[in-house]
Design a binder for this molecule. Structure first.
Ligand code: ADP
Ligand code: ZN
Ligand code: ZN
Length: 755
């Protein structure tokens, strides 16, 4: 029998010990030892026994077998919280590629000297009448932050301090000046109190609808049977998903287990948070980016000690050291922010499933527009799919008009505003109702298209949009294919072929020209340099301070504007032209979300989608709010070209201070991969047959070729088997070690964006 060796990390608090040490696994432990387990090993020349964690097992001895020491023993205790997190770090390292220390830092809270944490709340200190008059005064003086806080306090007697300075974006100074004026009181308590307790003593329970009840019943049955699975809850906003989460979590907590609720930070509203507080009181805690490391550590301690049952937060909430997680909820499952942008580039969805596996927990994914990945797995029976169809709050879906911009051009309208949009805007302005104008610039990569016929220049090999580069060449960011920019449209011969240029500022100018005196707010990268300004704009608009809000994708998420009855999407093409395979999916999601912004209140809404490609399936199905129809077409495209989720895709990204050296390294790495894993024709991508095809694409300069003086190159490998891609990553890591390169290489599995 061959020997078994274990890589052991010895002391995780030491930065120095980034590398694992290898030990032999003695015969008696062979069948018991698994990655992530805690072991005792002899360390150093004195063979001092130390605790360590197994991070990998294998048959290959990396050093001198004669000098490799034996593991002394396995820790007797059961798996504890920390062991699970270590095992998770090992899994993340293996599946996403990073150093073990990076992975450990991702999952373990940095140890901090914790001051005794006090929880503060800001409370109302004057009568309502007085407060209202103070509110009016602040309004006249344009003290927006003050106004915002006062307005919130009129509705809610007491608000957590972190929320005031965090989400509400009110500075400590402003709070202080209001305190001095006798309007508010800042109260410190030793532990977090339920901010709602003071108010109305709990929420009225909703009688669940049949659809909701089915989900709760089925998930719980699986949990109780010890066979929890993954569930996808597909339902439009307002269809009662959150209510289902609350109910499920309550039942799981009753069984003595804990719950993790993932919500993208941008989508977490105070309203949602209140619902959790009302249900779980001070047994719930929120994690967000405004917490200091000390506060985060304190929260982890509370979780470890059993002081809380529920944690709400962005993807890192997954690493809360709960002893026995029973359920993980992932709301807005399709959101790109669930993927980490720094190494290890883990995705919270798959990581949640690994956490759930370690705990025996259920995973509930929720979305109005599920990711193609999740829906694909649900269709294949890997996840269980539940659909909630009705909106429980009333309010109907808006009427959608798709406007063909080619037609507008033919009929002599060269403005950014179609005639339909102009007409509806003027109608809203005359009625005093609000409108949103949306420019979906996300992933915008300078694509080139024809304004006469809508033709988009695409890569002949990858079927993604080409983007315009230095010297007027068009380039594909997957395979590096490049061609000159044509002077005339290859489709219709017109000269209207060019890069698409339209900015929010330009739109604002045109709007003011068209409707003099219009009250308009703009939200984009320029106007939201700080978190505070972002909130200020949203709250000003919600407060009715403007008729029109113009913005990029930032405005379609999270915040609810009941006063909005018209949404205009200025050019759906912008996100369609992003040079990556998710462009259609993103466009569908953004359009669906944008359209859904109209008519959330009592008045019915309308939406206008302007586009040069009215026949594009992402546009057609978003206009019809038809997810299923979109999915059916999208998955065919993925199948034909072997894009995820049908196959998996690994991006190998090379960063170098020297252009030539970076390019060479990328080419050399790609060569090594090609040699070890030649492209194989194999079966069709989705076939799941005997031979899985592998295809290497590139290398090519990244879409942003140079950032902060660092040159960036990338190549992609596609293969239906994830494990093959892990092997390729391991091979690349070995080669890099062998070559001793000064440049950085990162791995991105199933990337969300092109580099
Ligand atoms: P989602 O999370 O899908 O957007 P929510 O759970 O927030 O949906 O529900 C939308 C609204 O409907 C909320 O105001 C909620 O209180 C209400 N609601 C949810 N479930 C029910 C129910 N069974 N009966 C009545 N109202 C409900
Ligand atoms: Zn054309
Ligand atoms: Zn290409």
């Amino acid at each position: 029998m061959r020997e078994l060796y274990a890589d052991v990390i010895v002391d995780i608090s030491h930065e120095k010990l980034d590398k694992p040490f290898q030990y032999r696994v003695p015969e008696r432990l062979r069948d018991k030892l698994e990655t992530g387990m805690c072991v005792t090993v002899p360390f150093g020349s004195g063979n001092k026994p130390l605790q360590g964690y197994v991070v990998a097992l294998g048959e290959e001895c990396k050093f001198d077998p004669a000098r490799t020491k034996d593991i002394l023993g396995m820790a007797e205790k059961g798996v504890d919280v920390e062991d699970r997190l270590i095992a998770l770090a090992a899994w993340i390292r293996k599946n996403y590629g990073s150093t073990m220390i990076q992975a450990l830092k991702t999952v373990l809270p940095a140890k901090q000297s914790v001051k005794r944490l006090e929880h503060r709340t800001v409370e109302r200190a004057m009568g309502r009448e007085e407060m209202i008059s103070l509110l009016g005064e602040s309004g006249r003086r344009r003290q927006v932050a003050k106004e915002r806080l006062l307005r919130e306090l009129l509705e809610q007697e007491s608000i957590p301090y972190e929320w005031v300075t965090g989400k509400l974006g009110v500075s400590a100074q402003t709070v202080k000046s209001l305190e001095q004026a006798g309007a508010v009181r800042v109260v410190s308590r030793e532990c977090f109190r339920d901010p709602v307790e003071l108010e109305d003593g709990g929420e009225q329970r909703k009688e669940l609808s049949d659809g909701q009840r089915t989900v709760v019943r089925e998930v719980l049955a699986d949990v109780d049977a010890g066979t929890p699975g993954v569930y996808l809850l597909h339902g439009i906003t307002g269809s009662g998903k959150t209510e289902v989460y609350l109910e499920l979590i309550e039942k799981v907590v009753e069984r003595g287990r804990q719950a993790v609720v993932l919500i993208p930070e941008i989508a977490l509203t105070y309203q949602t948070l209140l619902r959790f507080y009302r249900r779980f009181g001070n047994r719930v805690s929120v994690m967000n980016s405004t917490l200091s490391p000390g506060q985060k550590y304190d929260q982890c301690q509370r979780a470890r000690q059993g002081d809380i049952d529920v944690i709400i937060g962005p993807r890192s909430a997954l690493f809360t050291p709960f002893p026995n997680i029973g359920i993980i909820v992932m709301d807005e499952e399709h959101e790109g922010s669930y993927k980490s942008e720094s190494s290890p580039k883990y995705h919270a969805r798959e990581t949640a499933m690994e956490v759930a596996r370690l705990h025996g927990a259920a995973v509930v994914l929720g979305s109005a527009t599920p990711s193609v990945e999740a829906y694909y797995r649900a269709k294949r029976g890997e996840y269980r799919l539940f659909t909630l169809k009705e909106r429980l709050t009333g309010g109907s879906l808006p009427t959608v008009y798709t406007v063909d911009l080619r037609q507008e051009l033919r009929e002599g309208n060269r403005s950014i505003f179609s005639r339909k949009l102009q007409e509806l805007l003027s109608d809203r302005l005359s009625k005093g109702e609000q409108s949103i104008l949306f420019l979906n610039r996300r992933g915008y990569a300078g694509f080139v298209s024809c304004r006469a016929c809508g033709h988009v220049m695409k890569c002949p090999h990858c079927d993604v949009s080409l983007s315009e580069h230095r010297g007027g060449r068009l380039m594909c960011h997957y395979c590096g294919h490049s061609q000159p920019k044509p002077a005339r449209c290859p489709e219709c011969g017109s000269g209207y072929i060019s890069g698409f240029r339209a900015g929010t500022q330009q739109i604002e100018e045109k709007l003011r020209e068209m409707f003099p005196g219009v009250r308009c707010l703009r939200m984009d990268g320029d106007t939201t340099r700080t978190k505070d300004s972002y909130r200020q704009i949203l709250s000003a608009f919600a407060g009715g301070e403007a008729d029109v809000l113009i913005g990029t994708q930032m405005i379609v998420k999270g915040h609810d504007f009941p006063g909005v009855t018209l949404v205009g999407v200025l050019a759906a093409d912008l996100s369609l032209g992003a040079g990556d395979y998710r462009a259609g999916e993103r466009t569908f999601q953004l359009l669906t979300q944008a359209v859904g912004r109209a008519g959330r209140g009592e008045l019915p809404g309308e939406a206008v989608i302007q586009t040069y490609q009215p026949e594009h399936y992402a546009v057609v199905h978003a206009a019809a709010q038809d997810y299923e129809g979109f999915y059916e077409e999208e998955i065919v495209y993925r199948e034909i070209l072997g894009y995820p989720p049908v196959a998996h895709m690994l991006a190998v990204q090379v960063f170098s201070g020297v252009e030539e050296r970076g390019g060479q390294l990328a080419a050399r790495l790609a060569g090594a991969v090609r040699e070890a894993f030649p492209d194989e024709a194999g079966e069709p991508w989705g076939g799941g047959g005997r031979k899985a095809p592998i295809r290497l694409i590139g290398p090519a300069p990244a879409s942003i070729e140079k950032l902060n003086d660092i040159f960036r190159f990338v190549f992609y490998v596609k293969c239906p088997e994830y494990d093959k891609l892990i092997e390729i990553k391991d091979l690349a890591e070995r080669k890099l070690q062998e070559w001793q390169t000064a440049d950085t290489v990162q791995f991105d599995f199933d990337p969300m964006n092109t580099l």
